[in-house]
Design a protein around this ligand. Sequence first.
Ligand code: HEM
Length: 509
Amino acid sequence: MEHLVERLSSLEWTSTNVALAAAAALTVYTLAHLFRNFVLSPIKHVPGPMPAAATEWWALSHNMRGNKYLRVHELFDKYGPVVRTGPSSVTLRNYRYLPAVYQGKWDKIAAYDGFRTNRGCPNSFSAIGQSEAQGKRRGMLPQYATACLVEWQDVFNSHLLEIVTFLRCNGAVKPVDVLALVAHGLIDILGELVLDTQINAVADFAESKPNPIARAITMWPKRGTIKGQLHPLVWKVAEQIPHAGWQHLVQADSNLADFVEPIVKKARKQLEEGAQPERPALVHRLSTCTNSMLGERWPERDVTAECIDHFLAGTETTSTSMTYIMYTLSNRPDVMKRLQEELDGFMGLSEVPDIQGLARQPYLNAVIKEGLRVFTPALGSLDRLVPKGGMVFDGVFLPEGTAVGLQSWTTHRDAEVWGDDAYEFKPERWLAETQEMKAAFIPFSIGGRNCPGQNLAMYDMRLFLAVLARNFDVKPAAHTSSSSMEPYDLTTVSPTGGKCDLHFFPRDS
Ligand code: HEM
């Protein structure tokens, strides 16, 4: 050793020597990494593509290309129902394992930590452990109960009517991006339901003015995915890249925090002064409930983080589902006709429907469920950590700490459940729902970490779909095609083309 140190100190540190030393260090690091992932790994026996086992870059590069779900889907045919999709992660095909993985109170993987909001504050989505999440969920669930949502009917109606008015003036003249339109509508609704605040996103959209909140909300999920997959140091460096578009993405979180923080502060002050809102928004509920883990009121920064989280979780998911459903209807006059007949019978001459009656319209609900099945917004694997003792899946043992999950893209196309027409959009299948369909339909996930906003999401979708289909016939713009609509998946899905331009022709014109 002394000899080696002597030799090193006698070396002349020219730039060539430094480069050689760096290359040698990199080689040693890479070999050690490969040795660990191939030879020492406790899941080395799980079949899968070699690059996926070698490094995280296989998953990251497919994530960045938005097609990881397709690659993983193909792997099952080649490697069987249990596939190694990363150095320490495995994806399962068999939907019968859904309860084991998602109802077993297993922790989420560390990448969820990248979804903290309000400058690094944890929220229910980013919480890794069940107990931390349960404390937060108890406070929010009453806001999305049916009894609460029906009280907001006037808010839903006023924003939907604004959209109808805009489309009546513009939709036939030039195509409208339904993805952005619905997202702006949802942001206005969530503004009131979550923050008791008017955001006026649809008004800005109608005037082609960028809305800063809408921009931050649409940028945020991409930021979360990238941040979650990069080493914190690499992210710190990446944050400095002086590119305007990239900076909008990097700053999406602080921009939202700057907007939501003062609203939360004001609401808390009003509550402390004795105000009793007749119709509490989420910010009021969270400000008054007790954090069951801490035994005291939620800190202000946690309330801010949770409210931001709901804006994010409730916008892109629902707007994507609505967009793919509207795009499908623009190409499927048979489905549109049947839907319009049902809605005409239910709504008559009214432009907006009764919110409760919509839940009882069979074909409308069948179209939405089929939309959520075929175009699930969260279609990749939602990974969890195998707990102590490990577990056997389809004959393959996975030890404690393995990241494991199922992707809804695959589950929603399982021929054993959905039949040979699993890839087709066929709302009729929901008119005779089977137990297998119930068990394998997972757009909102299942178990203790399922989507707490699913009731709101279903209300949103019923309302938007009923209003758009009742009032308009829809045709795709010339440039809106199956390739521009190819799903691009970065945690949640969006069309590859980034938008979905459709023509809206008023039905009574
Ligand atoms: C079509 C619309 C929606 C879909 C498909 C959807 C889907 C999902 C899924 C699959 C999860 C589980 C994620 C995971 O385990 O990684 C989830 C979690 C969550 N969703 Fe939704 N969601 C939708 C709308 C909403 C809405 C409207 C809200 C609230 C305004 C919301 C709030 C949340 C929250 C807070 C979580 C985290 C829950 C936890 O981890 O305990 N979502 N959602």
